[in-house]
Write a protein that binds this ligand. Structure first.
Ligand code: TXA
Ligand code: MG
Length: 324
């Protein structure tokens, strides 16, 4: 495995060629780092599952460089989905649409739908464009972490997570720290109205301004398999608890305005919800690096991005101690 730091155009071209040849390329997006493979190459895609240790029936998001690719992967696209794509792509939003023939079972986990996203990150977009120049149709990419663990927001976190599982021809593109820091909003567009399956930086209010009524998954029946929807997920090795009760030696994450309880190890002091999302995963990782047993997190209040941060914190908090 090789790492290209601040990759040049020609290094990104090499990475695109490597993807086309069936290797894996981890790359930055504005949300979290992704572990990419050619979305029509079954062998390459199967390596994503083995490197991540992810169950084979969990579907992958296909990343594309422009909305022109959308019609190749999806059919019967509702008007409201086109509106969302026009408004928020490139950006931190994944649309779940009825799949075309191109989207095979090894991408969709056997479902009739496909997840699609155009990321808003210059290295990612260049990689996708160069991949398409070579005849590629899309890059399947889950977050570049082991199954159940926290998504990486830096290239070094990807290296720590995956270097012992990647092969000599695989690559990591280091494009710096992710600006958003938590995974994309996932919107199910296979129903009459949009359903938010995973909240993210494109908030419910932002979606409603474009499409009118939007529902949250919790309020409807859904049997869609999405690992991000499992309750115990996005968890560090330390036990995460929510609230303000701390013991000496605990890690502590809260907005800067909240003082550090005596004896705790402050892992992050974000000044806004935006900064909270950006630093959250690296703060949880830092707690693991320090070998802390417990991390106490004070959730941010309010709507918008705070909803997505609380969603991830609740998932991290329901993770068991010492997950692997
Ligand atoms: O921000 C992101 O979305 C990042 C970056 C790399 O783009 N990707 C990401 O992928 O978070 P992943 O695989 O770690 O999480 C995607 C979630 C999974 O829970 C997956 O099961 C769900 O999306 N998903 C994918 N396709 C789906 C589908 N057709 N129906 C329902 N859920 C789907
Ligand atoms: Mg993930």
């Amino acid at each position: 495995m090789q790492v290209f730091t601040n990759p040049t155009h020609s290094e990104i071209k090499m990475a695109a060629k490597s993807l086309k040849d069936g290797n894996l390329v981890a790359f930055p997006t504005e949300t979290v780092y992704g572990l990419g493979a050619d979305a029509v190459n079954e062998k390459a895609v199967s390596r994503i599952y083995s490197v991540k240790g992810r169950p084979i029936d969990h579907p992958l998001i296909v990343h594309i460089s422009s909305a022109e690719q959308l019609g190749k992967w999806a059919i019967d696209i509702p008007d409201y989905a086109t509106k969302l794509a026009n408004k928020f792509w490139p950006g931190p939003m994944t649309l779940i649409l009825k799949k075309s023939e191109l989207a095979q079972e090894f991408i969709t986990g056997g479902q009739e739908s496909i997840g699609l996203r155009i990321p808003d990150q210059h290295v990612a977009l260049k990689l996708l464009e160069e991949f398409e120049v070579l005849g590629g149709l899309g890059v399947a990419a889950p977050s570049a972490n082991r199954f159940g663990s926290i998504s990486p927001t830096t290239a070094s976190a990807v290296e720590i997570e995956l270097s012992s599982f990647l092969g000599s021809k695989d690559l990591i593109l280091d494009g710096g720290q992710c600006t958003i820091g938590i995974e994309s909003s996932i919107i199910d567009c296979t129903k009459a109205t949009p359903v938010v399956l995973r909240p993210g930086a494109v908030s419910i209010e932002m979606l409603e301004r474009v499409t009118g009524y939007v529902s949250l998954r919790n309020s409807i029946e859904s049997n869609i398999k999405a690992s991000g929807l499992l309750e115990s997920h996005y968890a560090p090795k330390a036990k995460v608890s929510l609230g303000v009760r701390t013991e000496p030696g605990d890690g502590f994450i809260a907005l800067a305005e909240i003082p550090t309880p005596i004896g705790t190890v402050r892992l992050a002091s974000p000044k806004s919800n935006q900064e909270y999302a950006q630093v959250l995963y690296s703060a949880l990782r830092l707690g693991d690096q320090f070998g802390l047993k417990n991390i106490v997190v004070v959730e941010p209040m309010g709507e918008g991005l705070a909803v997505a941060i609380r969603d991830r914190l609740n998932k991290a908090a329901s993770g068991k101690t010492m997950r692997h």
